[in-house]
Design a binder for this molecule. Structure first.
Ligand code: ZN
Length: 300
């Protein structure tokens, strides 16, 4: 293509992208978020019922089931199908939890709660976002989804109990104010194992970690919150490493190894967990430094 044609293409592309930038939207859904994959067992009581990248987890107990992450507004049908493929029933879900209040993890909650009559339990600082259908989110107030009343407001360290299962809600804020990392113990390979389901550790594009004149931080204390979140993540004992997106824990590659004969042992990855926490903390610190340098360079 000619230079002029090339310039024209770039101009058109910029025109198309500009409204997305202005609207403070997370952007369009990605293909891997809605692509189904066969559900699978992670341990004796823990199952993956999400899509190719948006993670939903089913925890089966003798008193009913717990579901973590309702995902997109369109996801409940996929989640229901996955639960049924495993031989379980959506109607047995008694408690619905989320990793954090962004639309790719909580927009399906209204529909799932309608179908199950489950109790919705959300970390305190994410409750206003959930109950406003995303409107009170500091980063993506234009990503609206059905608002839902929360049944139980969780606080850092709270336990969610059902049957013999105890989940602990660890507040790991920054990515959202109430971002929640879930831990539990489960039996895998005949041994009791510590599970960590990372809420999120990412600093998304557009998050402002530093206050500068005319450009306040995304919310007061966000950088301290991220630091605290990494302190918490480093302190958690982890055998089975999971997260809100499959990409957090290299799910697809591990799944291939599981299918090739390695079995459920692939999910036991304490070294992978520690490495991933350290890498994401370095990314956070680098982004913080970059934003601080912009700030000091802009101040005469
Ligand atoms: Zn998010």
């Amino acid at each position: 293509m000619s230079f002029l044609q090339h310039k024209l293409c770039i101009s058109i592309a910029l025109l198309l992208v500009a409204p997305l930038c202005r609207s403070q939207s997370y952007g369009p859904s990605r293909a891997e978020w809605t692509t189904p994959i066969a559900p699978f067992r992670i341990s004796d009581t823990l199952y993956y019922v999400g899509s190719k990248d948006l993670a939903s987890y089913l925890i089966v107990t003798t008193q009913g089931d717990i579901l973590i992450n309702s995902s997109l507004i369109s996801s409940p049908a996929l989640i229901r199908k996955s639960i049924e493929q495993l031989g379980f029933h959506l109607s047995d879900v008694k408690i619905l939890l989320i990793s954090h209040a962004h639309f790719d993890h909580d927009a399906g909650s209204a529909e799932l709660l309608r179908l199950t009559k489950a109790k919705y339990m959300v970390m305190d600082a994410d409750v206003p976002v959930v109950e406003s259908g995303g409107a009170k989110d500091f980063a993506y107030p234009d990503d609206h989804y059905p608002a839902v009343k929360v049944d139980r407001i969780l606080h850092d360290g709270d336990q969610v109990r059902l049957g013999e299962t105890v989940l602990v809600a660890h507040k790991t804020p920054g990515h959202s104010r109430g971002c929640t990392t879930w831990t539990m113990r489960t039996v895998s390979g005949g041994k009791l194992r510590d599970v960590v389901i990372v809420g999120s550790w990412n600093v998304n594009g557009g998050f402002r970690l530093v206050d500068r004149p005319g450009h306040p931080a995304s919310y007061p204390g966000i950088a301290d919150d991220y630091r605290h979140a990494f302190d918490v993540l480093r302190s958690l004992p982890c055998d089975i490493f999971l997260g809100a997106h499959g990409s957090y824990f290299n799910m697809l590659a591990k799944l291939d190894r599981a299918k090739a004969g390695a079995g459920e042992g692939v999910w036991i990855d304490p070294d992978g967990y520690r490495t991933a926490v350290a890498e994401h903390q370095l990314s956070f610190e680098a982004e913080l430094k970059r934003q601080q340098n912009v700030t000091s360079a802009s101040v005469p």
